[in-house]
Design a protein around this ligand. Structure first.
Ligand SMILES: O=C(O)C(=O)Cc1ccccc1
Length: 306
């Protein structure tokens, strides 16, 4: 059984349905979905991790970085479309109080300011939970910003559709399981990790970046997150192109392990877009194998021309 950030009708639910028909259980928060994995209640859970407008989903990044260790085993991409859904009979002009998820409001802020000026927006659990609450006639909210499926599922009517400020917005979700051996290498993979600096000093971020640069590993996301210890203490949440089983990634991880206080490995998994990395000359597996053989010979015989 799989879990997901619910209830039914969330974007996470849609992302899950786009990859499986298996029975799945909704959880009201990202933390509850991830804890259900930790407790063995579900095998794995789908949660949002990043979107093309707002960036990383802190609830997910921080839970994975700080909670009992889990592993990302798959990613799913979903283009997102938002509508403003109301109880039947409510007109757009009557909308005073809107309920939605913070990432949904972040992606419709301009539309709301231009079309429902003066409306008060409350950020709540999820877009589908917002739709369910608005469906209750005693709710103090008049409208939910959510997906069409959620609006329909909870008996609401569209007061407006296509209200995203950016029509091209895509959200990335990850399927998270308990720790285990790495997933198979496909040649178009991504690795997620969190790097904690040994101590704050000039160039500490560069030291982390250097580990990737010199091995030709491209990064597709890097953001600083507070370590939640003292003000000004940050760690770096990173997605890098490649797999733990790629020699250049393994060497980058070895380098990170040497220069960092702690490296949290959160998984190597197939990229949803199947884009293969461009591997620079000298960074293929065979280049590392050949270099290692050269060194072994040098150590054994003292000769570099054998
Ligand atoms: O609240 C939801 O429906 C979610 O799954 C989180 C979310 C919110 C906005 C965009 C993408 C995902």
């Amino acid at each position: 059984m799989l879990g997901y950030f619910g209830p039914a009708g969330t974007f996470t639910h849609q992302a899950l349905l786009s990859v499986t028909d298996d029975e799945a259980r909704p959880y009201p928060t990202v933390a509850a979905a991830l804890d259900a994995v930790r407790e063995g209640e579900v095998e794995a859970a789908l949660v949002p991790i990043e979107n093309s407008v707002e960036g990383g989903v802190s609830a997910t990044l921080d839970n994975l970085a700080n909670g009992e260790r889990l592993m990302i085993v798959r990613e799913v991409l979903l283009p997102v479309q938002f509508g403003l859904y109301v109880r039947p009979g409510t007109r757009l002009a009557d909308v005073r109080r809107i309920l939605t998820h913070p990432h949904a409001f972040a992606q419709t802020r301009d539309w709301v300011a231009a079309n429902v000026p003066g409306a008060q927006v409350t950020e709540g659990g999820s877009t589908a939970a917002a739709a369910a609450e608005v469906a209750d006639p005693s709710s103090s909210h008049d409208a939910a910003i959510c997906a069409a499926v959620a609006g329909e599922m909870y008996g609401l009517e569209a007061a407006a559709t296509g209200i995203a400020d950016n029509e091209q917005a895509v959200t990335r979700f990850v399927l998270v399981a308990r720790q285990g051996p790495p997933t198979v290498r496909t040649g178009a993979d991504k690795t997620t990790l969190v790097a904690y600096m040994r101590e704050d000093h000039p160039g500490s971020l560069q030291e982390i970046l250097d580990q990737f640069v010199v091995r030709g590993v491209n990064l597709c996301r890097i953001e600083s997150r507070p370590t939640k210890t003292t003000l000004g203490q940050y760690c770096f949440s990173i997605d890098a192109e490649g797999h733990l089983l790629d020699a250049r990634m393994a060497e980058a991880l070895l380098g990170l392990h040497r220069v960092c206080k702690k490296v949290v490995f959160l998984g190597s998994y197939a990229r949803a877009d199947r884009v293969k990395p461009r591997v620079p000359a000298g960074q293929k597996d065979e280049d590392y194998t050949e270099a290692q053989a050269w060194l072994e010979t040098l150590r054994a015989t003292g000769r570099d021309d054998a």
